[in-house]
Each structure stands twice: as structure tokens, then as C-alpha cells.
Design a protein around this ligand. Structure first.
Ligand SMILES: [Zn+2]
Length: 200
């Protein structure tokens, strides 16, 4: 670590606290770094998620693909692009579906948000963008955040952003997948105590 940085504990959106490296500098720089950490998932969750969504050769996941909205020219093209994506992501979805890992359920919900996209333009705009582990980490954090923040920029390939603008009820359904996750993420101490009492 350089002398221009120092470490401090900061909480991530997933509820985990980790040491984050902050740059010495203006108060506003540090504030925005802290805000960034609070709106993204921690390193541990990020690497766990990365392993969960690693490419897979074989597998099949049954999906009902919606009809696309666009023009006579864009619809067939977008459909080809979508099928290409499904060929790559479908086997990963099948593997996630079999996993007991709570984060796997969330990742699967994010992919489902992707394949619910109906606008041909989305598939065309994102054709060269990777729906990779970094995209996934961004989407999972967005789902956890349940709102907008200016501290993390959105991208054209964000399905969270796509649905937030068009139909947030689709997001609410996807957010249900977070339920399993909250059991293992850190709750504030008093909330944990209450939860334990309720169980006992
Ligand atoms: Zn975490």
C-alpha cells in the first residue's frame, strides 16, 4: 500500500464489513470512496459470485422468451443476438439452478431479468458488451440497493436500470431472491438478537 492510501473498515451493500483502501485527499474524495463501497458488494461476495457465474459448456435451462418489440429489421437481428446470449448463459443458469448457494439464486434472478428484456434495441446496443462476472456483481449490488445512487454509474447493459425505468414490479420479483441471502449476511447486532429470539 502506498503512502497515499490508508485502510479503514467500510460496510458493503451485501452487509459485510471489510478493509477498504482510501486515498488521502479531500474529504469529498473519501466520502465518495466510502459511498462507492456502501453501494457495491464486498470482495468476498464478488469472488464467490465470479465462481458461480463462470462459463459452462453444457447444460440447458428452460426459459420462456418474450416476443421482441422493435421494427421488422431489428427484431430478427435482436433475436439472433439473444439466442447467442442464451447459448452462452443458459448452461450457467442451469448450474445456478442446481446450486444451494444463496448467491446463486440471486445470480439466476439477474439472468432472468436479462432474458425478460423485450426491446430489440437493448440486445443490439449491448451486442459487444460482456455479460460477465463484473456485470453480474454490478447487477447484484443494484438489486440489493433497491434504489438509485449517483455514486455508481449505470451502463447501457444494466438490466436493473432497464427495468427500473420500465417496470419496477419486475425488479421486486427478482429482489425476492435476496431473501435467502439475508440470513447469512451480517445484520446489525440488535436485529440479530431479535431474529434469534423469534426463532427460539
Ligand atoms: Zn459481501
Amino acid at each position: 500500500m502506498s503512502k497515499h492510501h490508508f485502510s479503514a473498515k467500510s460496510a458493503s451493500i451485501c452487509g459485510h464489513v471489510e478493509m477498504t483502501s482510501f486515498a488521502y485527499g479531500s474529504k469529498s474524495t473519501r466520502m465518495s470512496d466510502q459511498l462507492y463501497a456502501a453501494n457495491t458488494i464486498c470482495m468476498a461476495c464478488s469472488s464467490k459470485l465470479g465462481a458461480l457465474v463462470a462459463p459452462e459448456e453444457k447444460g440447458f435451462f428452460k426459459l420462456q422468451l418474450p416476443s421482441l418489440i422493435g421494427t421488422v429489421r431489428t427484431i430478427p437481428y435482436a433475436n439472433c443476438l439473444r439466442i447467442k446470449r442464451l447459448r452462452a448463459i443458459g448452461p450457467v443458469m442451469a448450474r445456478l439452478d442446481k446450486s444451494d448457494e444463496p448467491l446463486a439464486k440471486v445470480a439466476l434472478a439477474v439472468y432472468q431479468l436479462l432474458f425478460k428484456v423485450t426491446e430489440a434495441a437493448f440486445w443490439i446496443t449491448t451486442k459487444d458488451l460482456p455479460f460477465d462476472r463484473f456485470w453480474m456483481a454490478f447487477e447484484v449490488a443494484a438489486l440489493m440497493r433497491r434504489g438509485v445512487t449517483s455514486s455508481v454509474r449505470t451502463s447501457a447493459s444494466s438490466v436493473h436500470e432497464y427495468w427500473r425505468i420500465r417496470d419496477s414490479s419486475v425488479l421486486a420479483t427478482a429482489a425476492e431472491s435476496l431473501g435467502a441471502l439475508h440470513i447469512e449476511t451480517a445484520l446489525p447486532p440488535q436485529e440479530t438478537a431479535i431474529a434469534n429470539e423469534a426463532v427460539a
